[in-house]
Design a protein around this ligand. Structure first.
Ligand code: ADP
Ligand code: MG
Length: 242
């Protein structure tokens, strides 16, 4: 195993599941998978030249529409591993296509993390008119008052905030195509479990893709996680697969 500083570090990777798609060596090779040129331009502006290991394995899997559980250490670029496929597949902004509504939901354990991911979204989606909402009491109220719930494309939220909005009827998730649970070890904690179940149940579209990302997945949590997923691929980076 080679070792370099920074996100280019070479890791040991295991990818298990049925018909696992091959990993990529470069972002450019994604052009053949129909990733829009705008995305490449935005990767360039962010200074992202080469995919990290978790990106190299997870991006093709998610682009194929597969469910995924990905375990990769902190700082290895998990955010882009799920955002790139989402923004490659997301159809036109909801504001221009009647009744589209929220089509991607990213659930994270803390507001702080939601904020970081929102910033990453804005960089990657630059030039497109998707409405990407960092969900809070204030944005929930604004959506409710403006009757704008069908004009939101992507939501980043903590479990409690999202469930509150569902219960208040501020949001509907029945057209969501991509559900990501980031820092899944914390999200699937017993404390959050009832909320997560409610969110998953609200994402009722038949072509819902579910993906979990985490630095670790303790055995008990892993079992629960795998039960939530449909024919998933399991990618483990940086650890021997035992
Ligand atoms: P994780 O979620 O695995 O902890 P992050 O998604 O927060 O990691 O990314 C960690 C850092 O690496 C961020 O500063 C991000 O901008 C940077 N990064 C991600 N992907 C790449 C890449 N392909 N090339 C260079 N830097 C990257
Ligand atoms: Mg992360």
């Amino acid at each position: 195993v080679a070792s370099k500083k920074g996100p280019e570090v070479v890791h040991r990777v295991s990818a298990k599941g049925s018909n696992v798609p091959p990993h990529i060596d470069s972002f450019q090779s994604l052009q053949a998978s129909g990733v829009p040129s705008r995305i490449f331009a935005n990767l360039g502006s962010s200074g992202y030249k080469t995919p990290t290991s978790v990106q190299a394995y997870c991006i093709p899997i998610l682009l194929q529409g597969r469910d995924l559980a990905a375990i990769s250490p902190t700082g290895t670029g998990k955010t882009l591993a799920y955002l790139l496929p989402i923004f490659s597949k997301l159809a036109a902004p909801a504001s221009t296509s009647v009744g589209a509504g929220v089509r991607a939901v990213i659930v994270v354990p803390t507001r702080e993390l939601a904020h970081q991911i929102h910033n990453e979204c804005l960089k990657l989606a630059q030039g497109r008119k998707w409405k990407i909402v960092l969900f809070s009491k204030a944005t929930a109220n604004a959506i409710s008052q403006n009757g704008a719930r069908d004009k939101v494309d992507v939501i980043i939220s903590t479990p409690l905030r999202l469930v509150a909005a569902l219960q208040e009827g501020i949001l509907e998730l029945n057209n969501v195509r991509h559900l990501v649970l980031d820092e899944a070890d914390r999200i699937l904690d017993p404390e959050f479990m009832p909320q997560i179940q409610e969110i998953v149940a609200a994402c009722s579209h038949s072509t819902l893709q579910k993906a979990l990302f985490s630095a670790t997945l303790p055995a008990g949590v892993e079992k629960m996680a795998m039960e939530m997923l449909n024919d998933p691929v399991r990618v483990v980076v940086g650890l021997k697969d035992t």
